[in-house]
Design a protein around this ligand. Sequence first.
Ligand code: ATP
Length: 326
Amino acid sequence: MSGIKKIGVFTSGGDSPGMNAAIRAVVRSALYYNLEVVGIKRGYEGMILGEFEDMDRKSVANIIQRGGTILRTARSADFKTKAGREQAYQQLKSRNVDALVAIGGDGTFTGAKVFGEEFDFPILGLPGTIDNDLFGTDFTIGYDTAINNVVDAVDRIRDTAESHSRLFIVEVMGRDCGLIALRSGIGVGAESIFIPETKTDMEAMMHRLEISRKDKMSKILIVAEGEGDSGGAVELAERVKQRFPQYDTRVSILGHIQRGGKPTCMDRVLASRLGVAAVENLITGRRNEMVGLLNGKIAFTSFDHAIKHNVEINKDLFKIVDILSL
Ligand code: ATP
């Protein structure tokens, strides 16, 4: 047993829907196991500045269905400095916090790893990011909601595209990671998908558009924002317009609506399971790991591995797009 008495919980980096469900799970399970729990506002920035709040069961009532994060989030340049981390450590000590649950993405876990090693401080991480770009979990908290937000939006775009026989190029989030584009693209029946991890064969894509059924009323191409080869949605639209002046080509950049709104049931359940597992395993002495879900089971991955290993793109999913966009 670890002898832990008080846990701090915080969210950091980009917000993701389901973070509130994760905070709730951490707070309620800490109380269940007779631990005290404090919420740390605005991630590492609030840790440095001592923005702490005692949490009880009521502090997390009625939040499981809310997007965003009640603890708010921030990016902290100071935490990247030794002096900033020292100040954060002193704040934690002064409030008798002896373990942390960090909810965030790869930057958050990089900070957690450095801090955990520097001050011999027990930390477990929960993967909270819409990108699904962490190694060691099949899904991150927020990814399912984000792709469902994309699917909802593109279904609407499809209605108007069909009515006017238009070709829509839809840009979705994913600077370095195309998993939002790939999965939502299949979900909306996209004709083509462009992601940063694979080189786009532009000629093959144009050829497919050329031979695609003439009676097709609408065409949807999904582009991840970080896709370099096509130059993003706007530049791709120019290339398509030049090649197919007969198409009425339009661009839609979905932007921040993708990360807002109610978390799906899948994200709520994922967040709840991971939050409980984090508290239970801090108590038994685990540290410096991300808690994830692999093949339906709770799994632990060192922060190092979670951050550095690239999540592989499933090539079969690409093939599915080709087969089904006849
Ligand atoms: P998302 O994937 O949604 O952007 P993230 O957790 O990757 O989330 P970042 O902004 O990259 O978001 O990181 C969050 C915070 O983690 C940073 O603002 C910084 O305070 C801390 N952090 C990142 N890298 C380091 C580092 N090398 N050393 C110390 N702290 C770091």
